[in-house]
Design a protein around this ligand. Sequence first.
Ligand code: NAD
Ligand code: MLT
Length: 305
Amino acid sequence: VKIAFIGVGKIGQTIAYSVIFDGLASEVILYDIIPELPEKFEHELRHAMATRGLSTEVIGTNSLDDVANADIILIMAGKPRKPGMSRRDLFVDNAKIQIDLAKQLPPKNPGALYIMVANPVDMMASIFMRFSKQFTISTGDTVETMRMRSYISKKLKVPVTKVTGYVAGEHGEDAVVLWSTVKVNGKPFEEIAKGLTKEEVENYVKSIPGEIIRVMGGTTWGPATIIKDIVRSVVLNEGRVMSIATPRTYQGEIIHISVPTVVGAEIGPSLEGVLPESDRERLNKSVEDFYKVYKENLDHLLQVI
Ligand code: NAD
Ligand code: MLT
């Protein structure tokens, strides 16, 4: 399997490392616009691979021409937010990058699966798909889902494997915890919460990335491992249910909203239809809100490009 990494800054490097060390790729292409960065990162990876006897073919390049015949293309190219910013503030700057990539990547990479990572990730997936006409998924709320599970596990002192459930909607401030799906030791959250409130869990999920960015300059290990698991589920056809965002058409526009979805060699089906009415109503509201913000940003973008 040939996997390309477009943008090898903080998050791109960590995902590439995780993918290679999980043995998921036979060939890896690392691309960035910063001179020498992909090439020097290639050396770093080779040194790490030497100690593990890994023979994955890795090339680091500043030429987009080298990104050819990839099966999976992950896009991390874009600005990260600074403390105090919303991911949505990155829309115009990062959309311009996606439009450029959307024109350049498809001709040399027929049939590739595109996985958007750059923020605002769901909107960037929609932009990339609009301009490339290629099937694109967003890493969406896979990250929120694991943040939710890890927090409940820590607070209730139960192994994380005993916490199940999903977060859906938009990646970011508008994410929706699907409380009907959240179980601890197989019991509904309400029965076992011991004073831990839903509000506290939701606040944690939404605020922790900003706190990590404030102190560590960016989120890396958490999202990278989770995103690597999306790749893993595709490459190994694991069929894991993950809260990725897949494309849907709403009011004539392609938009991306996270819903628990089967991830394997094929993407889907989503489990939206089996969610109870209460969760589906919140998701529908999320779709409406997302569309409104996306459309405003898109209209503005179309005027400035
Ligand atoms: P970073 O600044 O460390 O890395 C971004 C890289 O993109 C840089 O190396 C830059 O040179 C490169 N780049 C810019 N334009 C490019 C282009 N046209 N082609 C190729 N490369 C290009 O930032 P980061 O912390 O790695 O974050 C990157 C993006 O990923 C941000 O938008 C961030 O918000 C997002 N992110 C998303 C998640 C998620 O869960 N989806 C998690 C972490 C970061
Ligand atoms: C995350 O959730 O870790 C990423 O979207 C980065 C960010 O918070 O800006």
